[in-house]
Design a protein around this ligand. Structure first.
Ligand SMILES: *Cc1c(COP(=O)(O)O)cnc(C)c1O
Length: 370
């Protein structure tokens, strides 16, 4: 039995006709930019999150970039981000000309180390970007509280965490702006690239809508320098078909996580450290990331057995070649460096079967026990 890391066909097959109908609707309308599908998606996302504004964008990366632009962050400014995340979190900071100030992550959740983040605030700090990594909420309250007193903006990178809650309130609704991705491997995936940002302040939402269309309103009158960060109507139509299923898919991912926990407990594998679930920080398992000794050899063993896994992420930001000029050295962030060496994401997608999960656990057991 092979077990892919992600099986998009399993999600597509039961929804195929509805998805094709939605795409056909857009094709028949020939309205590809803006229009009723985009407006409908934005309305439904905002209702779903119980939050005033959701602005559809071209990707999660552009969501982070647009947030930084809306907050007018640029040269001379510092933005605090974890060193352990997907590249976009820090890459966007560099793209606006600001300096990413990196901090380590928590060993048990992989999320931003809050005391370090707060200690890194200087008079030049304009924003902190907590990332809800792998679908688990970062510890937001102390960040939001301290940031407010220091006039530092909180930009939530919720790209992996749509529908995840912190103290019962969705992530992406705690900071000045929340950034989400609809990349196909995220919990709610488009048929290509797409994303959105959330905001509660109507002026911020307005600015974000201007930024996504070259700061233009009306046509050919430009209030600010933006970019083309628009979401396609086709993507919006696809996402509107999928959005009503998101809660069930997240519940299925959580069920699968519980099943892994029971199976690993039964296998009594002390080598395997399972992902922690911190109190009040819901985990919707965009990824189920274990920590293991001999990670690369285990990964090769699972590959040979037809089991898909992935390393998120093999190189923290501070050791990336493109950030060498930031001046960080190996050893600067030992928790992230250890995670880069021993973390491994297992298949966790909603349609994964119990038999597939038991295949995964047995294959890991056979690696350590022969
Ligand atoms: C996926 C992701 C992004 C970027 O989203 P794209 O839609 O792929 O551009 C940003 N931050 C994190 C943490 C992500 O996982």
């Amino acid at each position: 039995m092979t077990v892919p890391l992600l099986d998009l066909h399993a999600q597509y097959t039961p929804l195929r006709q509805a998805l094709l109908d939605a795409v056909t609707r857009v094709c028949d309308s020939q309205r590809f930019i803006g229009g009723p599908e985009v407006e409908g998606l934005e309305r439904e996302l905002s209702a779903r999150l119980g939050y005033p504004h959701a602005v559809g964008l071209s990707s999660g990366t552009d969501a982070v970039l647009a947030a930084l632009m809306a907050l007018e962050i640029g040269p001379g400014d510092e933005v605090i981000t974890p060193t352990y995340s997907f590249f976009a979190t820090a890459g966007c900071v560099v793209r606006v000309g600001a300096r990413p100030v990196l901090v380590d992550c928590e060993p048990d959740t992989f999320n931003i180390d809050v005391p370090q983040a707060l200690a890194a605030i200087t008079p030049r700090t304009k924003a902190i970007i907590p990332v809800h990594l792998f679908g688990q909420a970062a510890e937001l309250k102390p960040i939001v509280d301290v940031a407010a007193t220091q006039h530092v903006a909180v930009i939530e990178d919720a790209a992996q965490a749509i529908g995840c809650e912190y103290h019962g309130k969705p992530v992406g609704t705690w900071g000045a702006v929340g950034c989400f991705s609809f990349f196909p491997s995220k919990n709610l995936g488009a048929f290509g690239d797409a994303g959105f940002v959330t905001a509660s302040d109507p002026a911020m939402a307005k600015k974000l809508t201007l930024i996504r269309t070259h700061g233009m309103e009306p046509k050919y009158y430009h209030h600010l320098v933006g970019a083309n960060f628009r979401i396609d109507a086709v993507q919006a139509a696809v996402l509107r078909v999928k959005l009503p299923h998101l809660a069930d898919w997240s519940a299925a991912r959580r069920r699968n996580a519980q099943r892994y926990r029971a199976m690993f407990a039964g296998a009594s594998l002390a080598e395997v450290t399972l992902p922690a679930e911190a109190p009040h920080r819901t985990h919707i398992y965009n990824q189920f990331v274990i920590r293991v000794p001999e990670r690369d050899r285990l990964k090769a063993h699972l590959d040979r057995a037809g089991i898909g896994t992935e390393v998120y992420y093999p190189v923290p930001f501070h050791l990336q070649e493109c950030f060498a000029n930031l001046g960080y050295k190996r050893g600067a962030f030992p928790v992230a460096e250890a995670a880069a060496t021993d973390s491994l994401a297992l298949p966790i997608y909603p349609e994964l079967t119990e038999a597939q999960q038991s295949t995964v656990v047995n294959a890991i057991r056979s690696f350590y026990r022969g």
